[in-house]
Design a protein around this ligand. Structure first.
Ligand SMILES: Nc1ncnc2c1ncn2[C@@H]1O[C@H](COP(=O)(O)OP(=O)(O)OP(=O)(O)O)[C@@H](O)[C@H]1O
Length: 276
C-alpha cells in the first residue's frame, strides 16, 4: 500500500506500462477574490491493465481530475501525462481515439438513433466510408450486450441501463486503451447495476483496458477495483488493494467504509476476491 505522493502499488515496469502519470498537480478555482484549492501536490500513477477507482468526499475533485486526464480542463500547476503525452495535447479528436469517457449522465444525442450515437466519434473523423462506420458501430452495439434491433431505436425508447450501454459503446468506438468512468452505475436499479458491472468487468478483461472509475457505490467499487485511490486533504492520501485501503487510518475512510455501511463493506470484503 502507498500513502501520500507516489502511488506505485502495481509493479513499475518500463515507461510503456505507465498509462497515466500525475505529478505535483494543483487545481485552484478563482471566483472573484475567493480561491478554492481542489487539488494540491497530488500524485498518482496508473499502470496498464489496472482498474483503479477514485473515491473521496463530495467536492474533492474526482470529476475534475477525470476531465483533466481527458484534456478537457487544465490544472493550475503540475503535469498529467496520458499514454506518454501531456493530457493537454490530446485535443478533442486525440482524446476520443486514446481515451474513452463515460460521463455520469450518459449524454446521448436525443435526435440521433442508437447507432448514430455510437458512430458519432467515427463520423466526426470524416475519413472513413459510411459502410465501415456502420459495421464498426454494430460490432460495438453487440459488444455491450445490445441486440442488432436496438440500432434504430431513439434514446427516449431506452431504459437507464441501455442508455449506459450505448454511451459505453460510443466511448469504446475507437478502441481506446484507456477508459474513464464517472459514476457508471449511478441511477441504475440493483439488477441493472449488477449486469452493467459484469459487462465492465468482462470488457476490462477481454479488451485489456486500463480503467479509471469514480464511484460512491460500494458494490461497484468492490466488484471491479484492482486498486482504490482515496482523495482527501486535496491529494491522494492512500492507494492500494481494497483491504489495505479500508485499514488506513483516516476519518474519511472510517466514515466511508466503516461507518453505517461498515457491515456491508465487511461482507463485501469476504465476498469478492479483488482480482479482476
Ligand atoms: N469550472 C469550475 N469552476 C469553479 N469551481 C469548480 C469548477 N469545476 C468544479 N469546481 C469545483 O471544484 C470542486 C470539485 O468538483 P468535482 O465535481 O470534481 O467534485 P467531485 O469530487 O467529483 O464531487 P462529487 O462526488 O460530489 O461528484 C467542487 O467544489 C466544484 O464546485
Amino acid at each position: 500500500m502507498d500513502t501520500d505522493n507516489r502511488n506505485t502499488t502495481a509493479p513499475r515496469n518500463d515507461a510503456d506500462d505507465v498509462i497515466v502519470d500525475i505529478a505535483g498537480l494543483s487545481t485552484v478555482f478563482t471566483n472573484g477574490d475567493k480561491q478554492s484549492v481542489v487539488h494540491k501536490d497530488l500524485d498518482l500513477t496508473i499502470q496498464r491493465g489496472e482498474f483503479l477507482s477514485l473515491v473521496g468526499g463530495s467536492g474533492t475533485g474526482k470529476t475534475v481530475l477525470l476531465r483533466q486526464m481527458l484534456g478537457l480542463e487544465h490544472p493550475t500547476a503540475g503535469e498529467i501525462t496520458v499514454l506518454g503525452k501531456p493530457a493537454a495535447e490530446l485535443g478533442k479528436r486525440g482524446a476520443a481515439q486514446r481515451v474513452g469517457m463515460l460521463f455520469q449522465q450518459g449524454a446521448l444525442f436525443s435526435a440521433f438513433t442508437v447507432l448514430e450515437n455510437i458512430a458519432f466519434p467515427l463520423r466526426e473523423l470524416k475519413t472513413l466510408p459510411s459502410a465501415l462506420i456502420h459495421e464498426a458501430a454494430m460490432v460495438k452495439l453487440q459488444m455491450v450486450g445490445l441486440a442488432p434491433e436496438h440500432a434504430d431505436k431513439m434514446p427516449s425508447d431506452l431504459s437507464g441501463g441501455m442508455v449506459k450501454r450505448v454511451s459505453l459503446a460510443r466511448a469504446l468506438i475507437m478502441d481506446p486503451p484507456l477508459l474513464l468512468l464517472d459514476e457508471p452505475t449511478a441511477g441504475l436499479d440493483p439488477d441493472s447495476s449488477d449486469s452493467f458491472c459484469a459487462l465492465l468487468r468482462s470488457l476490462h478483461k477481454g479488451m485489456g483496458l486500463t480503467v479509471v472509475m469514480v464511484t460512491h457505490d460500494l458494490d461497484t467499487l468492490f466488484e471491479l477495483s484492482t486498486r482504490i485511490a482515496v482523495l482527501a486533504d486535496q491529494k491522494v492520501i492512500v492507494s492500494g488493494p481494497p483491504r489495505d485501503v479500508i485499514a488506513f487510518p483516516h476519518p474519511f475512510i472510517r466514515n466511508f467504509f466503516l461507518g453505517e455501511r461498515g457491515q456491508r463493506a465487511m461482507e463485501l470484503l469476504r465476498e469478492y476476491p479483488f482480482t479482476v
